[in-house]
Design a protein around this ligand. Structure first.
Ligand SMILES: Nc1ncnc2c1ncn2[C@@H]1O[C@H](COP(=O)(O)OP(=O)(O)OP(=O)(O)O)[C@@H](O)[C@H]1O
Ligand SMILES: [Mg+2]
Length: 382
């Protein structure tokens, strides 16, 4: 998109000038800064869409620059790439961990790659709702049943619509749990995929290389298998991964767990539907109110919410009406307490609908999945 603001931060004046002139030819408005601190000031004042920075700087390391950008609301979601004079893998890793989206090393080939990447980043920031439906599963607190419901609702969506292609992506850090619930054992996961060269992360790749789970009727992008791997995830790649999934599946269900972070928040804001899972204890209900008010202040429409009250913790706790009153939103579905049966199905890696087809829970899951699809379709039709 011509006319976009791009900030170049580089202590090396010749390098900065060269990149600036190259991008200016494409009609972009170029801002420049010669140090990290100056770069932050310009970024917060002028709000560029893209920042290109050499992380090797005298006043502020690129990693610290990234952390400060990501923790400030004005720049938490800006596209940040390194054009770096440091080619060491350890440096690439530490920058990606700190919140860089991409890392290019200064070489002769870097400029075409940079131009291509800038184009892609600017395209992303104007992304409209197209492609598959994006359904974000989240909760305000852990242990509310988000992952189990995500997997079981995905299974029901798939069964209700045999012609549709469904994928579940487990984005919970530092460790995902959908693989365990569905009995997935392959080595491929979010971390290994995010580690692939960016041009290989395409819709075709996801169409052909994600495992199809026969019992569950969906494909899985498994999450991080352990915290060690999770800490090495190139988080900056997640946006591109989700875009590619949307281009190759009809429904993309994301398990975001209880994380609200610089990478999960844009996914929530771009979702077609937000499945908010609430357990019946007062603590979770109160936290849900806080999280929802925050999302609403970011412009998320109440129409996108599909709130499920899940009796994950037992028969006691608040009623639907009490929870609705506290959170201030309608609760669309109440999932009954299944006692040990829920864990039993999980431990056997089986969907509730297959293990306990006659149980009320199976009926509720089927109904919820149908309502969610209908709601998402209605919203798109507007
Ligand atoms: N309706 C229910 N009835 C009985 N047990 C339930 C119910 N919902 C969830 N559980 C149980 O609660 C536990 C937590 O579920 P799950 O892992 O899906 O939650 P989560 O919100 O994803 O947790 P985490 O914060 O660890 O990601 C599991 O043992 C699951 O079997
Ligand atoms: Mg979970």
């Amino acid at each position: 998109m011509a006319g976009s603001k791009i900030l170049i931060v580089d202590a090396n004046a010749a390098s900065r000038k060269f990149v600036a002139e190259t991008l200016q030819k494409d009609g972009h408005h170029i801002l420049q800064a010669a140090s990290g601190k100056e770069g932050l000031i310009v970024a917060w004042r002028d709000r560029p869409e893209v920042i290109i920075i050499d992380p090797v700087m005298f006043d502020l390391k690129g990693e610290d620059f990234a952390i400060r950008l990501r923790s400030d609301e004005r720049t938490s979601r800006v596209f940040l790439t390194a054009l770096s004079s440091d080619p060491l893998p350890a440096r690439v890793r530490s920058c990606m961990d700190a919140g860089f989206n991409e890392y290019l090393v200064k070489t002769a080939q870097a400029i075409p790659a940079l131009i291509e990447m800038v184009g892609r980043a600017l395209g992303d920031t104007t992304a409209v709702k197209e492609g598959g439906f994006l359904i974000a599963f989240m909760s305000a607190k852990g242990g509310t049943g988000t992952s189990s419901l995500c997997a079981n609702i995905a299974m029901n969506i798939a069964r209700n619509q045999p012609e549709a292609r469904i994928v579940v992506a487990d984005l919970v850090l530092p460790i995902g749990s959908i693989a365990e619930i569905v009995g997935y054992e392959s080595k491929q996961n979010l971390v290994t995929i995010a580690d692939m060269p960016a041009p290989e992360i395409t819709p075709e790749f996801f169409r052909e290389h994600l495992t199809a789970l026969a019992n569950w009727h969906f494909h899985l992008l498994a999450g991080s298998p352990d915290p060690e791997n999770g800490s090495q995830l190139k988080v900056g790649r997640i946006g591109d991964i989700v875009e590619a999934l949307k281009a190759s599946y009809d429904f993309v269900l994301l398990d975001l767990g209880r994380s609200l972070s610089w990478f999960s928040q844009p996914l929530i804001e771009h979702a077609d539907l937000i499945a908010m899972i609430v357990s019946t204890d007062l603590g979770t209900v109160t936290l849900t109110k806080t999280v929802w008010e925050y999302l609403r202040s970011k412009g998320v429409q109440a129409a996108l919410l599909y709130t499920i009250l899940n009796r994950a913790v037992g028969l006691e706790g608040l009623t639907k009406a009490e929870a609705e009153k506290i959170i201030g939103v309608e609760i669309k579905m109440a999932m009954p307490y299944l006692g040990g049966n829920f864990s039993l199905a999980n431990n056997l890696h089986q969907p509730i609908a297959s293990k306990f087809p006659q149980d009320t829970a199976s009926v509720v899951l089927k109904e919820a999945s149908q309502q969610m699809v209908d709601q998402a379709r209605r919203l798109r039709a507007k």
